[in-house]
Design a protein around this ligand. Structure first.
Ligand code: ADP
Ligand code: MG
Length: 226
């Protein structure tokens, strides 16, 4: 009995199904979105809220599909050498509105010359999925800290939040498809994140305490640039 093997086979099945379903569903979603936008342009003021709700729910569906596609096709065709500090600052720009909406603050502190190899868009997706979870866990006086530094030829990226935290049972389920404690959660975000980091030869470890917060540590091999 090999637990690891069993998990891999199950994931293979999920991957293949997801890839075909995702391709088929993307197009009609795009078409519907286009028509809704057209209609909302012609509709009167009082209907605008319904239109924008409909469009944002469509976008949510598209985002779920993106998660599946990434998982189905985690190979990273366009490998580049990335500067972690630059990537983090791009991620900060993307997430800032969401963090402000939750009334939290974000601190990012990254050393210079931290270079890693991978696909920049997938790396961003991996970290955004994690940081969104941090944002969604925030309580009062929410704070998210991201630190990036070198340690023994390894690039360490640590994401800490002072959110609601997790117990051991929840920690053990992280990355399992469909594990979610949220009413509108998909339970796909961390599955994708784990996969992307794995493909990049990295590791991801979580520590957490209920009521205190969560600390996620990612490690990648440092790429020397000479
Ligand atoms: P989703 O966000 O759709 O629920 P994820 O795979 O992103 O799916 O996360 C799975 C679950 O892990 C979340 O529902 C939440 O319970 C837990 N989780 C992940 N990150 C954190 C965090 N930083 N703080 C508290 N709980 C977390
Ligand atoms: Mg999530």
């Amino acid at each position: 009995y090999n637990h690891q093997l069993q998990k891999t086979e199950r994931m293979q099945v999920i991957s293949e199904m997801a890839a075909s379903i995702a391709h088929e569903i993307r197009n009609p979603l795009q078409v519907t979105r286009g028509f809704l936008q057209l209609l909302s342009g012609k509709a009167n003021e009082s209907n605008q809220f319904q239109y924008s709700m409909a469009i944002s729910e469509l976008d949510r569906a598209a985002a779920i599909i993106t998660d599946y596609l990434t998982f189905a096709k985690p190979e990273q065709e366009t490998l580049v050498i990335m500067d972690v500090k630059q990537e983090l600052s791009a991620i900060e720009t993307i997430l800032r509105p969401m963090i402000m909406l939750h009334g939290g603050v974000l601190f990012v502190e990254a050393s210079e010359h931290l270079t890693i190899v991978g696909s920049s868009s997938k790396f961003k997706q991996a970290l955004i999925n994690m940081m969104k979870n941090s944002v969604e866990s925030l309580q009062q006086d929410g704070k998210i800290e991201v630190a990036a530094y070198e340690e023994n030829s390894t690039v360490v990226i640590r994401i800490s939040d002072n959110g609601q935290g997790m117990d051991e049972e929840q920690l053990a389920k992280l990355g399992n498809p469909y594990f979610s404690t949220k009413t509108k959660g998909t339970g796909l975000g961390l599955m994708v994140t784990f996969r992307i980091i794995e493909v990049m030869q990295g590791t991801l470890v979580f520590r957490s305490e209920i009521g205190k917060g969560t600390e996620a540590t990612i490690r990648f091999p440092l790429v020397r640039q000479d």
